[in-house]
Design a protein around this ligand. Sequence first.
Ligand code: C2E
Ligand code: CA
Ligand code: CA
Ligand code: CA
Length: 279
Amino acid sequence: AKEQGRNTYQFYTEGMQDREVMRLELDKDLSQALANNEFVLYYQPQLNLDNGEIQSVEALIRWQHPRRGLLPPVEFIPLAEESGRITDIGRWVVMAACRQLAKWKGTPQEGLRIAVNLSGRELDDEDLVDHIREALALEDVPADRLEVELTEEIFIQNIEHNLNQLARLRQLGVHLAIDDFGVGYSSLGYLRDFPVDLLKIDRSFITDVTERHDDAVITRAVINLAHNLGIEVVAEGVETEEQLNFLKNHRCNFAQGYLISRPIPVADLEQALASGVLV
Ligand code: C2E
Ligand code: CA
Ligand code: CA
Ligand code: CA
């Protein structure tokens, strides 16, 4: 038994060491990624359920890693949050989104809004709002073309600081969205103290919304709550026609998910919009 215990232990530490080595290696690569221009934004459209139009797209980051291929955010964003590199990555995301909005001037994409994701860690940065203001000014893009998606985690810790950051963002004129709404364990009080433009109902409620009574009840309640507060609602993770119909019937404002489109490179987005396959 002793022998076995030791083997188990060794196996465990070797696994830990492998992970640690991989983490260090990835972190080293991450330190070069911005300079090497290895990040890319994919875009996922949001369908307006009232008029069938695409008015907004969410920017989702990917890392074109020189050896490992195209990496999704889950493989490097948590690491970047730990090391603090997320601040520079977030700045790049905001800048890239503004640059894209500027490029779309005078094209059929002119009216689109881009939503970017910011983690709580990014809100810690005192210069964040100034940076966003500068990026908008540099590219000569109106602030309301940009939307910032934040999760409820920002209402749990560092609340005073975060509310101040939100006030500054709002003053700047960017749209504010609460991402993954309903899974964040925060109080709803912030909706009263701090009006936001948009709630994004978390995918976990939408997946079984047409099969599970409780998910349907929650989804309807969130839509009604938001509307009574003058807030619009996006449903995330819409994958079926049945889900889409449910959301239309219950007056959800927007739908986002694989049914409409996966997140795609900008050229594919432009082509899809031009050919009308999305709407
Ligand atoms: P999120 O903001 O909740 O983004 C939605 C995620 O769900 C995306 O994964 C998207 O590809 C995926 N998704 C969209 N529609 C569907 C669907 O119909 N079915 C299913 N199963 N999934 C769907 P992705 O792109 O891997 O992003 C994961 C998370 O990484 C995001 O979750 C967001 O929290 C974070 N993230 C992405 N880009 C950035 C960024 O630029 N900065 C920061 N800080 N975080 C980011
Ligand atoms: Ca998001
Ligand atoms: Ca989300
Ligand atoms: Ca999420």
